[in-house]
Design a protein around this ligand. Sequence first.
Ligand code: SF4
Ligand code: SF4
Length: 289
Amino acid sequence: MREGRIFNIQRFSTSDGPGIRTTVFLKGCPLNCAWCHNPEGLSSGFDLVINRDKCIDCGACVAVCPSGQRNACLLCGACVEACPSEARQIMGRAVRAEELMAEIREDRVFFDESGGGVTFSGGEPLSQPEFLVDMLRLCRQAGIHTALDTSGYAPWAVLEEAVKLLDLVLFDIKHLDDHCHETLTGVSNSLILSNLRRLTESATRVWLRMPVIPGCNDDEKNIRGTARLCRDLGIGEIYLLPYHATGTYKYGRLGIDNGLPEIKEPSDDQMNDLATVFCSLGIRAIIGG
Ligand code: SF4
Ligand code: SF4
């Protein structure tokens, strides 16, 4: 069994698939979405996180640092140990598949009672394909329901391998226009759309999800185009996930400048209007989830 890199395990989640779920967040993502609320999942390696609100300017971190510069951080952890106010943290940890499985098994009773299970999220879980497949195999052996929360951006062979062991795919669709998609996420949408089509042609259970990002992908042309795509693919419903600004503070702590103007959270009325457009084209739109 292989080792993977994760940055969070969220227990008792009710928004990452059916029932009560344990969501495991894997490190590394090939996209760089302008609105990402989990920027600690972007890099495949670990990250130094600094919470300036806790810092008391004692200088202990500077005194022990062998590198002397944040942008040349060696991730040695010396400053984390030295900091008296817990202002520093190394984000991410390596974990072996069996170890992670033992943590997941602790929540088994909640899965059984609620029809829940485990969701692998990130980052992009398909960016650690061998570890993901090991985990899916262990979950299947244990009879635990599995879901994959994915951008769909991975070679088809990788997705196909994972899908053989998955119960559900939560597939994000972000923008139908290729140029806009590349501007907003850093990658073309052609592989994503091709993978989505192939998934829907297979027996895989797919929940299509669209993060609604005001000013980025909520224009009528994109919404109507997405509804038509659902119809073409035989998908009868879509989950609309309203943007939340809750993750923006993380960029500063990670030392990342996402360079974007502030994005406003959509109002309930805006979300309902979008849902109405989908419904008018025969697609049931569920807000949240
Ligand atoms: S982890 Fe801290 S002490 Fe180590 S190199 Fe990075 S900044 Fe310096
Ligand atoms: S050791 Fe911690 S509290 Fe002291 S200056 Fe560094 S980050 Fe701030």
